[in-house]
Design a protein around this ligand. Structure first.
Ligand SMILES: C[S@@+](CC[C@H](N)C(=O)[O-])C[C@H]1O[C@@H](n2cnc3c(N)ncnc32)[C@H](O)[C@@H]1O
Length: 214
């Protein structure tokens, strides 16, 4: 594990306790719907390549399952050190340590933390970061082929919820806030780097976009 930078209080929201709960759930039941969808898109050829960089990876379960599905290398990066012990245990149990790397830090502020990958995933991550344009500029710059983005839709009731959740961040003395970024800004930040949207999936709260370079 490589570490860099101040966690900005994200470790008080994305805690070791949460990581242990997530890891226990994953051991028992496998991936939840969102990361499983990415593995399915890899298996059906919608996204392709031999390496993945999962930004805001949490316990790193998506990277592990993409390795099991056939990818050659996975890098997980997350700002919160709270996830690290659980992620390291899962990696050791899977015996996939040689093909996987884990980094702690803010990849938007420190792009040098991660190298390029064929696929860059950001699953429920732009909503945890104020400067989504900067985060996506870095993510797009590191993606050779695809970016997969999961983000909340821009609805008034979600913006109201985000204001409520800001109280949680303040209470935990963390810089963490839940952000609803306009979809046009998110996709536009990647389109400006030469990506085009090849697939979108729309749920009640969350949207998924797959973008391809060129
Ligand atoms: C809501 S969690 C999602 C975790 C996982 N992707 C999932 O879907 O279960 C968002 C994660 O993104 C991380 N994160 C947010 N901005 C980040 C950044 N700029 N660099 C690295 N990690 C970031 C947070 O620390 C947090 O663990």
């Amino acid at each position: 594990m490589d570490a860099c930078c101040e966690p900005q209080g994200y470790d008080r929201v994305f805690t070791g306790r949460q990581a242990r709960l997530d890891a226990a759930r994953y051991r028992k039941s496998g991936l939840t719907w969102d990361p499983q969808r990415v593995v399915d898109l890899y298996r059906d050829g919608t996204i392709g390549g031999d390496s993945v960089l999962d930004v805001g990876a949490g316990i790193g379960d998506l990277g592990l399952e993409l390795l099991r599905a056939g990818m050659g290398e996975a890098t997980s990066v997350d700002m919160s050190p709270g996830y690290d012990a659980a992620a390291a245990s899962l990696l050791a149990e899977a015996g996939l340590g040689e093909r996987s790397r884990r980094v702690i830090g803010d990849v938007a502020a420190h792009p040098e933390l991660a190298g390029p990958a064929d696929v860059v995933t950001l699953m429920k991550v732009v909503c945890c970061y104020a400067d989504a344009g900067r985060l996506l500029a870095v993510a797009g710059g590191l993606a050779r082929r695809h970016v997969v983005l999961r983000y909340p839709r821009d609805a008034w009731w979600l913006r109201a919820g985000a204001r409520g959740m800001a109280l949680v961040g303040r209470w935990r003395r963390s810089d963490w806030r839940f952000h609803i970024h306009p979809e046009r800004e998110l996709l536009g930040a990647l389109e400006a780097q030469g990506f085009s949207v090849t697939r979108t999936e729309r749920g009640g709260v969350w949207r998924l976009a797959v973008l391809q370079r060129g």
